[in-house]
Design a protein around this ligand. Structure first.
Ligand code: WTA
Length: 659
């Protein structure tokens, strides 16, 4: 709770500079208020107007919102369009064919520029290639690719055909990949031989082969492999094909198949409060509309901007703000293969200077690690680089602590660039609560105010509004076009997770706790469920627990988050072994084995930072593990709460000792 108190006493305010306001796409508070009023008074007309003005439709829609099956909302549902057409073809028609769409920088510092015309041709060739293999609208493709132009090409080519993609982050293990291939019912997998990050190659194709060996992937008839490094890979004749063979000889134009507005564009798995990740399903038109609009509103995109979002396409941020939003808006964007600290801590700043990046969007975890790195490598401090091209900087993925905000503001933004601290989620499709750079006075650590059309509010456990200054559950009271449509294959779980009866069943429950100050600004306090946020990546405590108990040595495990200066939260696991509780070197060795095991079961991001062994776990008399106490123990604090319902209070002392 101490961090919440400290952000709520934060009282520095940074109003937008007049020069910025003067040129902004949404300029001044009156403009924002007018848009909010339009959205509140007549939401359907507001959204219909935006959808008509901003998207190119194959068949115009006549119905804006269908609430008859709520909470399974439908938007623009009698209209048809093609997402890839909106991202590529219309720029060719608008005279932007020779504008740079992507500046791709490899790990080794070499780069490649692709115009909208060239990107269109590459997408068309690949779409033709997979169509020739028999893929068509409604099929599901798993994309397991490194950051590359090819990743964008693969996603756009799927969208061009109406093939539903599900991107799996390259850092996920073979096991996680296999679960997603099976759950989504994929018939196509697109991968690379290897990825290159921080001067090292990391295999990808072998993980696909391993996933297949685990079963459940029989529906997949083709594995398309992008040759990134030329490293040695096993080859399954008849199933595996090189991406360059698939595209060879294909025409550079391809039909863009019009799909219904509600046709799923993609499914992206994210962690929830149970062990099984949820396949968040997004619809074509609503998602695209919001991706494009928020690029123009939040990032104030102008034709000459160079936009750079440092996320990976394996996460929602890379979907909305790399693969779709910037292209729909006709932006020039940087895509980066590598890591922020290679070859040194100045990599981001050097890239901003070289590519004249004007809008930069990254995560608090990257900022925190670069603050530390800049201290250790003063030669690579941002002040050693020319960052004068920047005019706006952004943050996403987790709360940004005021200290990191101030460092970012001063050292990267030169006290001239507004910071947009954007609160949103995989499920929301795009920004929800964020400053508008030409409107909103900034307060370090607050994501400030909802975007026009977003009915964000804070309620208590019965769904009643709470007064300003009182914390509660963050909800969205009205549907919006980019919202999650369902959980793939599990509509009941969708309803239960996001539209719980306890809140009346009509509010979208975000899963975050939040507070509002007297200016109406939102302050996000973190998750209210069993979801952790480690370096901006969502992880379910149950996922990590399931992975741990799957190890033959483990009898029982409980996982909690602990605040961490660098990663935001860190995973701490309390483990009971089937054998006697180990100590000393043996305990260290087993902890190492278990960490690696979790890395293989889920992915390196899920490895517990700390593992503690106990004879038992703190349980109530009815056998429920008291995670709330474990959270206190994990922080190294003494438990002061009432422990009278505990079966075995002495266990807290034992678990309180680190290895
Ligand atoms: C957290 C990432 C505070 C939040 C786009 C949310 C944030 C979860 C912010 C979603 C922010 C994201 N301030 N917290 N600006 N942005 N979060 O699905 O807890 O990976 O529920 O989407 O990240 O994570 P996800």
């Amino acid at each position: 709770m101490s961090t919440i108190d400290s952000v709520l006493t934060e009282n520095r305010v940074f109003p937008p500079a007049d020069a910025f306001v003067g040129q902004a796409n949404i300029s001044g508070r009156a403009a924002y208020d007018a848009m909010c009023a339009e959205a509140t008074n007549d939401p359907e007309n507001f959204w219909a107007r935006l959808a008509r003005e901003n998207l190119s439709w194959a068949t115009p829609f006549t119905r804006t919102l269908d609430e008859s099956q709520a909470p399974f909302y439908k938007w623009f549902d009698d209209g048809t369009l093609n997402v890839s057409w909106n991202c590529l073809d219309r720029h060719l028609e608008n005279g932007n064919a020779d504008k740079t769409a992507i500046i791709f920088e490899r790990d080794d510092g070499t780069s490649e520029r692709v115009t909208y015309r060239a990107l269109h041709a590459r997408v068309a060739q690949f779409a033709n290639g997979i169509a020739a293999l028999g893929y068509k609208k409604g099929d599901r493709a798993i994309i397991y690719l490194p950051m590359s132009i090819e990743a964008v090409v693969a996603m756009q080519a799927c969208a061009r055909l109406g093939v539903i993609h599900s991107v799996v982050f390259g850092g996920f293990s073979a096991k996680s990949l296999q679960e997603r291939i099976a759950d989504v019912g994929a018939t196509l997998v697109i991968t690379a031989d290897e990825q290159v990050r921080g001067g090292k190659t990391i295999p990808l194709k072998p993980a696909v082969d391993e996933a297949f060996s685990m079963g459940g992937c029989d529906a997949v008839t083709n594995v398309i492999v992008y040759r990134r490094t030329g490293g040695n890979v096993a080859w399954n004749e008849g199933r595996d094909r090189w991406m360059h063979d698939v595209t060879a000889g294909q025409p550079e134009t391809a039909p863009a198949v019009p799909v219904e507005a509600e046709h799923p564009l993609f499914i992206l798995y994210t962690s929830g409060s149970t062990g099984k990740p949820k396949g968040v399903q997004h619809a074509s038109a609503g998602f695209l509309l919001w991706a494009q609009l928020t690029v123009k509103w939040t990032f104030d995109l102008k034709p000459d901007d160079v936009f750079w979002c440092t996320a990976d396409v394996g996460w929602i941020t890379g979907h909305t703000y790399i693969a779709y939003g910037p292209l729909a808006a006709g932006a020039t964007q940087v895509i980066f293969e590598g890591v922020p600290t290679y070859p040194n801590a100045g990599r981001f700043w050097d890239m901003i200077a070289r590519h004249k990046v004007s809008i930069f969007y990254t995560a608090p975890t990257a900022i925190r690690s670069l603050i530390k790195a800049a201290d250790n490598q003063p030669d690579h401090h941002p002040d050693k680089y020319d960052l004068s091209s920047l005019r706006l900087i952004g943050s996403v993925g987790e709360p940004i602590n005021p200290e990191a905000w101030m460092w970012y503001y001063k050292n990267v933004g030169g006290e001239r660039c507004p910071i947009v601290d954007t609160w949103w989620q995989t499920e929301t499709g795009g920004h929800m609560i964020t400053p508008l750079p030409g409107v909103t006075p900034l307060k370090p650590g607050s994501c400030t105010l909802p975007l026009p059309g977003i009915a964000a509010a804070i309620v208590d456990e019965t769904g009643g509004d709470v007064e300003l200054g009182k914390g509660g559950f963050l909800v969205v009271k009205r549907p919006w076009p980019a919202m999650i449509r369902t959980i793939w294959g599990d509509p009941e779980r969708f309803k239960k997770s996001y539209y719980p009866e306890e809140l009346g069943g009509t509010y979208y429950l975000a899963g975050d706790g939040a507070n509002r100050d007297t200016d109406g600004y939102f302050w996000i306090m973190g998750r209210i469920d069993d979801v952790l946020n480690v370096s901006g990546h969502r992880l379910g405590t149950m996922e990590v627990e399931s992975a741990l108990v799957a190890h033959p040595l483990v009898a029982e495990a409980a996982v909690v988050g602990r605040p961490d200066d660098l990663t935001g939260e860190a995973v701490v696991a309390f483990v009971v072994l089937k054998q006697e509780r180990p100590d000393g070197e043996e305990a260290k060795a087993i902890a190492k084995t278990l960490r690696e095991w979790v890395g293989r079961e889920i992915g390196p991001i899920a490895k517990p930072k700390e593992i503690r062994f106990g004879d038992n776990l703190p349980k109530t008399r009815s056998g429920k593990i008291m995670r709330r106490l474990l959270r206190v123990v994990a922080k190294g604090e003494t438990v002061t709460q009432d422990v009278s319902t505990l079966e075995n209070p002495a266990i807290l002392d034992q678990l309180g000792k680190a290895l």
